[in-house]
Write a protein that binds this ligand. Sequence first.
Ligand code: FNR
Length: 392
Amino acid sequence: MTGISIKSLKQVLNLDDFEMLARRHLPKAIYGYVQGGADDGTCLIHNRDALAHIRLVPRVLRDVSACTQGVTLFGQHYASPFMIAPMGASAIVGHDADNAMAKAARVANIPYILSANAITPIEEIGRSYPGSWFAGYQKPDENNIDRMLKRVADAGFTAYFLTADVAVGSNRENNMRNGYTMPFRPTTRLALDMARHPSWLYRTGWRTLLQRGVPKISNIDPVQRPSIFSREITAVTGYASFSWKHAEMIRRLWKGAFIIKGILSPEDARLAREIGAEGVVVSNHGGRQLDCAVSPVEVLEAVKAQSNDMTVLVDSGFRRGTDIVKGLALGADAVIIGRPFLYAAAVGGQAGIKHAIRVLQRELHIDMSLLGVNSCRALREVERMQRHSGTA
Ligand code: FNR
């Protein structure tokens, strides 16, 4: 049993529909962990607002019968200019969610990025989708970095993303209110919350325990795999003393594509370029870190201007084909999408994610055609206007 039936999936018309289903299916603490942002959730709302304020000027009579959304990233051709974000603890949200996301991405030929905070080991995902990408948090220690990079390379991953916007864990009050903690602390409230969501309890909770035992955070260390109950995982969000010096170390030791994730300042994009990174992800971590951070689309053009030939990816709040179009029109090479794919995994397993990818591909095809463009490259030329507050 993977979740909702294929028939019900047909009623999921857009990515937000998955969130409605996931909200009912998931224990409140787990839904809150995925949905929530930092502090007041201002950044979360602002990400959607900033995208909504951009309007596009369509061109007509341009023969779009050959419209294609393929894109080349780090030397590899992909079917669409979007991919699945790295998300920690996904396999607690949906049964075997990391594998489900990797396999669905592989079949659709879009990139998948595995998180260091995943429950599923790198080696397993390397088999599910050889050539996947990895997003790491690293100890600021050369020996540890070297051994970790070797582990990632040995598993067949081709790109290393350094998650750079996590110097410390952020303030997530929704987690505190709902009793979601890392390390996991079983409480009566949490047990009741889970018991009130039997579909999650059976399909994900029990099955995961039966098949894998107590979940472990599998990819934060070359060797150690602390259980989600272990005190060792208090540092899963990165290290305060981590600096550009360590990023340079990774660049020197990692032979594949090296990308810095969590850039919002054009100056930081320049530093990334100077140390030899192949790419940056313009991101505010989906509103989960600094609550008053700018939205990536507000700084994308300025970051792009400092990026020269680096690949520029963007994320945080992208939900529709039109959002992807806006990201590419502002200079991104591709867009990363997080929460909706995890909701799709939670309620529909691999079939759910496959459906989410198809929905987005269809929207993007319609939007590109209506804008009068035949390729992702041509989206750069699309004229944009900024809608000001108060206008229709
Ligand atoms: C994340 N994100 C994230 N990023 C990262 O680099 N490493 C990680 O371990 C995680 N973990 C994580 C867990 C969950 C539940 C979420 C929702 C997000 C951030 C993620 O990669 C991406 O930047 C945002 O999710 C993009 O925003 P949207 O699409 O979710 O709005």
